[in-house]
Write a protein that binds this ligand. Structure first.
Ligand code: PMP
Length: 385
């Protein structure tokens, strides 16, 4: 039944497959029994295997068991969920916060709840798939503006009348390009058109801003972005997602976001690990400093080699190749040389922009970065890049 489609994907070098990791998610992992440098994890601060998170989770399991038993609105709302939400609201400087089971569930749930028939959504052309799917689930008119082009967004607002709400939605840091959304301009646009502004800080939480609070802190826009979504699964090294905003927004989502209402709550131990990660982020800036140091060292090495790193401004650094077959081959070679960074091809990125997406972690050593640059040099010398 699916053979033809799978065959076509293979022919077009677009077939995806899974790579089992046989060890803890550190800067080095074991794959096929071989020590490999991990260069594509979103565990930016290296907290996924941190003892403080593991201890918090195992202590919570002892006290609260593992499964949550039901959705938050039934019996799944443990005090650890509530404690995490208080901490997230404090961390983000908002009145309230709500935990979702994943970033995908958060984006689909929030957008579907907020935008309805008579509403208009303005969405960046490179927004994450979960935003795209949230827009599809809503019954609003969805207008796509050219990537980070606020003038184009305004033009679309001028051309299209909305009798209901207006929502602007953007990634804070774009997941496949590593560039940062022009949030100050989007805030002005939202204020001029009386629109709601939503930012997805999946890759900005713990990474951007003086104290790691995300893109709103980075741009000094406290109180001017209505809906701040983020994940707990990337820099926080845990699992799940959150939305932070005012009390009405949170109460509205508890009552209207289907992915929140109709899904079993996260295990309490996962919330305990997220809270432990917040403790670390709030008291230790060392992880973030190390992350940025590594990022700057790696991109300097790549620039010296003349590698096309696109628009990257963050620890997400794409090695843009363009052709899907060439990208798959280059990632395979890099893996043979001991570095794991996955090939990202359409439809995850636009046609003709396939890339190896590399990401830095705080836990990479100087030698790790040197080794990664050496292997990229080798790929280039062999004509793969
Ligand atoms: N938003 C962005 C920008 C992402 O990159 C991702 C995950 N890669 C998500 C949302 C979804 O988050 P999760 O993995 O928690 O479902």
């Amino acid at each position: 039944m699916f053979e033809t489609e799978l065959f076509q994907l293979e022919q077009n070098h677009l077939l995806r497959s899974l790579t089992p990791i046989e060890s803890c998610p550190g800067p080095h992992v074991t794959i096929n029994g071989k020590d490999t440098l991990l260069l594509c994890s979103n565990d930016y601060l290296g907290l996924a295997a941190h003892p403080a998170l593991c201890k918090a989770a195992s202590e919570a399991i002892k006290q609260y068991g593992f499964g949550s038993g039901s959705s938050r609105l039934v019996s799944g709302s443990s005090i650890l969920h509530h404690e995490l939400e208080h901490r997230l609201a404090r961390f983000k400087g908002t009145d309230a916060a709500l935990v979702f089971n994943s970033g995908y569930a958060a984006n689909t749930g929030i957008i579907q709840a907020i935008a309805q028939d008579d509403d208009i959504i303005l969405s960046d052309s490179l927004n994450h798939a979960s935003i795209v799917d949230g827009c599809r689930l809503s019954r609003a008119q969805v207008l796509i503006y050219r990537h980070n082009d606020v003038n184009h967004a305004e033009e679309l607002f001028r051309k299209h009348h909305a009798s209901g709400r207006r929502l602007i939605v953007t990634d804070g840091v774009f997941s496949m390009d590593g560039d940062i959304a022009p949030l100050p301009d989007l805030v002005h646009l939202a204020e001029r058109y009386n629109a709601l502004l939503m930012v997805d800080d999946a890759h900005a939480t713990g990474v951007l801003g003086k104290t790691g609070r995300g893109s709103v802190e980075h741009f000094n826009l406290a109180g001017r972005v209505h809906i701040q979504m983020g994940t707990l699964s990337k820099a926080l090294g845990s699992f799940g997602a959150y939305v932070a905003g005012n009390c009405d927004l949170i109460e509205f989502l508890i009552n209207r976001a289907r992915s929140f209402i109709y899904s079993t709550a996260l295990p309490p131990a996962v919330c305990a690990a997220s809270t432990a990660a917040l403790d670390l982020i709030e008291c230790e800036s060392i992880h973030r400093e190390r992350l940025w140091k590594n990022r700057n060292k790696f991109i300097a090495g790549l620039r010296e080699l003349g590698i096309d790193t696109g628009m990257s401004e963050t620890p997400i650094i794409p090695l843009i190749i363009g052709d899907s077959a060439k990208t798959a081959e280059a990632a395979k070679k890099l893996f043979e040389y001991g570095v794991y960074a996955s090939a990202i091809r359409p439809p995850t990125v636009p046609d003709g922009t396939a890339r190896i997406r590399t990401t830095l972690m705080a836990s990479h050593s100087d030698q790790d970065i040197d080794m990664a640059v050496d292997q990229v040099r080798r790929l280039k010398q062999e004509g793969h890049l």
